[in-house]
Design a binder for this molecule. Structure first.
Ligand code: ZN
Length: 452
């Protein structure tokens, strides 16, 4: 195969060209296969692959049968869960053949575009889409479905991949919501919420630590020092103090914060914007916050993640694009670990309403500390084993995803053992041949590799 000349894909249902092209880009580009779509009725001689309801009337090396999704459901309603499960079942069990039994093109579009979230109205108390409303709940959200389907398809069609040697990667990131109140929260937690026979000695240690090092959440220097000791760097997403109680309790231009940001940027850590609570719905906030952070830092801010993981598909991407962001890394569930759009790699989102691919890049967020602890109630040991299960599936498809550890999770009183889970994940990544680093830098590497 010559990866430079495009392979012709004949498409019967040309009305849905943007959606079909988007799906094929996920199925084929990760394999390094370059393709072009043509309307089937304009092709007289042959095509490389045929996608349609009818059997091709000219020679085609491969055939994918089209389901009713685009004609009957698109922009109107939700397909059945069984439809999606049956696609996955048939892709789990592929044999060498030049015909697929399932419509992975429509299913890929359905999953990667976040289509279900544009149809299902349910949201939680913070306005977020609950993981258990997904058609992929519970089992399929834990797998990078589309990357796995692409691998199965290449096995069935016997494609050779041009991307075999790429390494999987984990973007390390921290949302900085709070730099104080850590001592108070630790005392409250040990005295009121979880008192036990160790409470008195814990209180003593908390107060001693506070007297020696200041507030327990004022730990950014230590965090960077510990990353440095392991020879990794990360991204810090900084939240603005807006006056709203859920937003930051520190100022960007406090000398201690400002000097720390400048120092770590000089050492190639990344600073991004953690969009404030209401910036999800008010673009003016996001624009203003980005500009302010850039003024404070003296350089541009390329990426961000929204506070509380508040994110509406597809509107939030449009808002971020308009505000000048190059990438976002909010796309994960607050209440579950896993893959919100079935991909374990950076991608350009698709706007289901305007039917266009957007220019912003999304780095999927697959694991957040608060999900493991607050939503799933896991011990540190279980948090680690469930995290590595997810990351193992990223590794198997040579993916690139983000994990999020708040600075507040590096204090041992409220979240015992959780700091260690972060360091163990880094050790696991390195031991298994992966790369860890700041989101923006990894994304640049990914795009440079893709454009080759
Ligand atoms: Zn936050």
């Amino acid at each position: 195969m010559n990866p430079h000349s495009p392979y012709i894909i004949a498409v019967e249902n040309w009305d849905y060209k943007p959606e079909i092209e988007y799906a094929f880009s996920h199925l084929l580009r990760s394999l390094g296969i370059n393709f072009a779509l043509l309307p089937a009725h304009e092709i007289a001689e042959s095509a490389w692959l045929y996608y349609g309801r009818n059997k091709p009337r000219f020679p085609a090396s491969f055939y994918i049968p089209e389901s009713e999704f685009f004609d009957l459901y698109f922009q109107k309603k939700l397909p059945s869960k069984e439809w999606l499960l049956s696609v996955d079942r048939s892709m789990q069990d592929v044999r060498a053949s030049n015909v697929l039994e399932a419509d992975i093109v429509a299913a890929t579009f359905f999953v990667t575009s976040g289509y279900e979230e544009t149809i299902i109205p349910d949201r939680d108390h913070a306005g977020r889409f609950p993981a258990n409303r997904s058609l992929r709940w519970p089992g399929l959200i834990k797998r990078p479905l589309v990357d796995e389907w692409a691998q199965s398809m290449s096995k069935s069609f016997k494609f050779e991949s041009h991307r075999i040697n790429s390494r999987f990667a984990i973007a390390l990131s921290h949302d900085i919501d709070s730099l104080n109140k850590g001592t108070l929260e630790a005392l409250y937690d040990r005295l009121i919420r979880h008192p036990d026979r160790h409470t008195l000695s814990a209180i003593w240690r908390i107060i001693t630590e506070h007297l020696q090092h200041g507030d327990l959440y004022d730990n950014l220097h230590d965090l960077v020092k510990n990353e440095k000791a392991r020879d990794v760097r990360s991204t810090f997403y900084m939240l603005k103090k807006t006056g709203y109680s859920e937003d930051a309790n520190y100022e960007w231009n406090e000398p201690s914060v400002l000097n720390w940001m400048r120092d770590i940027v000089a050492e190639k850590w990344e600073i991004g914007l953690h969009g404030s609570f209401f910036s999800l719905t008010d673009k003016a906030f996001l624009v203003q916050e980005k500009r302010e952070l850039e003024q404070v830092l003296g350089h541009s801010v390329r990426g961000g993640r929204q506070h509380f993981l508040r994110f509406t598909i597809p509107d939030s991407w449009t808002t971020q694009s308009d505000a000048g962001f190059f990438y976002d890394t909010t796309l994960g569930y607050a209440d579950a670990i896993g893959f919100r759009n079935g991909l374990a790699r950076p991608f350009q989102p698709f706007d289901v309403q305007t039917r266009k691919r957007l220019t912003i890049w999304e780095m999927p967020l697959v694991i957040m500390d608060a999900t493991l602890k607050q939503y799933l109630g896991l011990s540190a040991e279980k948090a680690y084993s469930q995290s590595t299960e997810i990351l193992q599936s990223v590794r198997q498809v040579n993916g690139m995803v983000a994990v999020l550890w708040h600075n507040t999770y590096f204090t041992s009183y409220k979240y015992p053992g959780y700091a260690q889970v972060y360091w163990q994940i880094i050790d696991w990544c390195k031991k298994n041949g992966g790369t860890c680093g700041p989101a923006g830098e990894l994304l640049d590497h990914y795009l440079a590799r893709e454009s080759k």
